[in-house]
Design a protein around this ligand. Structure first.
Ligand SMILES: NC(=O)c1ccc[n+]([C@@H]2O[C@H](COP(=O)([O-])OP(=O)(O)OC[C@H]3O[C@@H](n4cnc5c(N)ncnc54)[C@H](O)[C@@H]3O)[C@@H](O)[C@H]2O)c1
Ligand SMILES: O=c1ccn([C@@H]2O[C@H](COP(=O)(O)OP(=O)(O)O[C@H]3O[C@H](CO)[C@@H](O)[C@H](O)[C@H]3O)[C@@H](O)[C@H]2O)c(=O)[nH]1
Length: 480
């Protein structure tokens, strides 16, 4: 029986390994992690991450051919194929701080694999890493040559959170990069055979190592660029009276452009886009390509601009001050159908409003109070370290309360900000919310989920990204 071990039981390691176990009953899969609470949660009824459909997959395989363990070294030693799916945060200190990928966790995993291995292994990069990481990993794995043959493959993951199970079950493509040597190609074939259990062969792409590593960064840069492009247009729409949804629809009808990923928003979030683009920018700089670096950096700059612009709209519409005013924040996760808050635009919006002394009442159906307070207290980029290495006692914000109901969050509020596009926010009784708010009652839709005209009929002063401006908002606008 082929044995797979995956180092890192996070958003990627957990679901991807559960899918392999489900589709390959002839393979034993063990997911290991240094975090004891995380492994305990994977072995319990309350999984550490919320992802539609994940519970069912885990329940079907756990204890049969899917195991979660903290015995990292034992399972790595026994495995034929070792996936590495550990954190690759943005560096906060030293060379490349604020841009380059911090490969501390990857390096320590690679050193451990080298130390405990007694048999040949295929080592698979599942984490998103800079181009040429495989070369460094190869050097680490072979540093104390014990006659063991390691083959390094790059097999980046393209799943999106909230649809991870769907994406894993029917991927657009699986990408496997390997050395062009006979041994390298044998390893590629072995990993291809795993995916071929359920992925059609024409969707399994094989390339050289560097193409696979770079394709992951490129794919995320292209996706994020679409969002920054439509968000840049949203600012122009507000100035001209065009409607960004109509523009996106018209543009997306061109089959060369396509309709997906053109939803204007308060800004993109999530653990990957910003981090991976900054990483790409750094690699371009290191390769003497400042113009290319600058081009991609703009995708992140426009995203920062969009978040700032939203906060300015809120403050300027409310007579240029939110000091002491209650503002309801509906949604904290970086997108719907996930409890993940990494790099969520909600953090920047909350910081912006708190900077103007607002009182925030936050509601998200999947994010805990503890998580929200930790996020608001954390330094930039600190979130992307294993949980036990993150700062432990967040500062309590007197200006922030976290509640478990949207109606409670909005009661007596001066304004509502919709930050995550949870379906339940479309179905709220807005008349009831309006009746229980201070007047004038403001509604700032950062996700374009509401019908602006209906909301205006109720009596709200409405701002919706990239939509023709409410006369009120227009009259009070400041330069943005
Ligand atoms: N989240 C996504 O949607 C997504 C998608 C594609 C790629 N990626 C990439 O995949 C990688 C993992 O992302 P994630 O979201 O799963 O992160 P995560 O923080 O959820 O999980 C990483 C896990 O690795 C563990 N870990 C760290 N060092 C370890 C070590 N030396 N030994 C054992 N365990 C260790 C941590 O405790 C943590 O549980 C990152 O490189 C990320 O960029 C993420
Ligand atoms: O039209 C759109 C689409 C998305 N978003 C926002 O963009 C962010 C990222 O969304 P999404 O890409 O759906 O989620 P992620 O889980 O971050 O997935 C991205 O990042 C992963 C990690 O690398 C990749 O594997 C995926 O392919 C890639 O889509 C979220 O804040 C979304 O709200 C928009 O604002 N407008």
């Amino acid at each position: 029986m082929v044995k797979i071990c995956c180092i890192g039981a996070g958003y990627v390691g957990g679901p991807t390994m559960a899918m392999i176990a489900l589709k390959c009953p002839d393979i034993e899969v063990v997911v290991v992690d240094i975090s004891k609470p995380r492994i305990a949660a994977w072995n319990s009824d309350e999984l550490p991450i919320y992802e539609p459909g994940l519970d069912e997959v885990v329940k079907k395989c756990r204890g049969k051919n899917l195991f979660f363990s903290t015995e990292v070294e034992k399972h790595v030693a026994e495995a034929d194929i070792v996936f590495v799916s550990v954190n690759t945060p943005t560096k906060t200190r030293g060379l490349g701080a604020g841009k380059a990928a911090d490969l501390t966790y990857w390096e320590s995993a690679a050193r451990m694999i080298a130390d405990v291995s007694k048999s040949d292994k295929i080592v698979v990069e599942k984490s998103t890493v800079p181009v040429k990481t495989a070369e460094a990993i190869e050097k680490i794995l072979t540093h104390n040559n014990k006659g063991i043959n390691f083959q390094i493959l790059s097999n980046p993951e393209f799943l999106a959170e909230g649809t991870a199970i769907e994406d894993l079950e029917k991927p657009d493509r699986v990408l496997i990069g390997g050395r062009t040597t006979p041994e390298g190609q044998k390893a590629v074939a072995a990993l291809k055979a795993v995916y071929a259990h359920w992925v059609p062969e024409d969707r399994i792409i094989t390339t050289n190592l560097w193409s696979a590593e770079l394709s992951k960064l490129a794919a995320n840069a292209f996706l994020a660029q679409r969002i920054s492009s439509i968000n840049a247009m949203s600012a122009l729409c507000e100035s001209t009276g065009a409607d960004v949804s109509e523009v996106a629809y018209a543009v997306g009808k061109d089959s060369r452009i396509g309709p997906k990923f053109l939803n204007a928003s308060v800004g993109f979030g999530g653990s990957c886009f910003q981090k991976d683009i900054l990483n790409l920018v750094y690699i371009c700089e290191c390769n003497g390509l400042p113009e290319v670096a600058h081009y991609w950096k703009q995708v992140v700059s426009i995203n920062d601009y969009q978040k700032t612009r939203f906060v300015k709209r809120v403050v300027s519409s409310m007579f240029n001050t939110v000091s002491g005013k209650k503002i309801a924040i509906l949604g904290f996760a970086f997108k719907k159908d996930t409890g993940d808050t990494r790099e969520t635009p909600a953090i920047d919006v909350c910081h912006g409003l708190l900077g103007d002394k607002a009182q925030l009442s936050i509601y998200d159906p999947q994010v805990t109070e503890d998580q929200i307070k930790r996020d608001l207290a954390m330094n930039k980029f600190d979130w992307d370290h294993p949980q036990h290495l993150q700062p432990q006692s967040p500062t309590a914000f007197k200006q922030v309360s976290v509640v478990w109901d949207a109606y409670e969050a909005c009661k007596d509020a001066h304004g509502i900000c919709i930050i995550t596009e949870w379906d339940e926010f479309k179905k709220l009784d807005y008349q009831k919310l309006y009746d229980n708010m201070q007047k004038p009652a403001f509604l700032f839709d950062g996700r374009n989920v509401l019908n602006v005209e209906e909301m205006r009929k109720i009596g709200f002063v409405v701002y919706s990204i990239g939509k023709p401006l409410d006369p009120w908002v227009k009259d009070l606008q400041v330069s943005i």
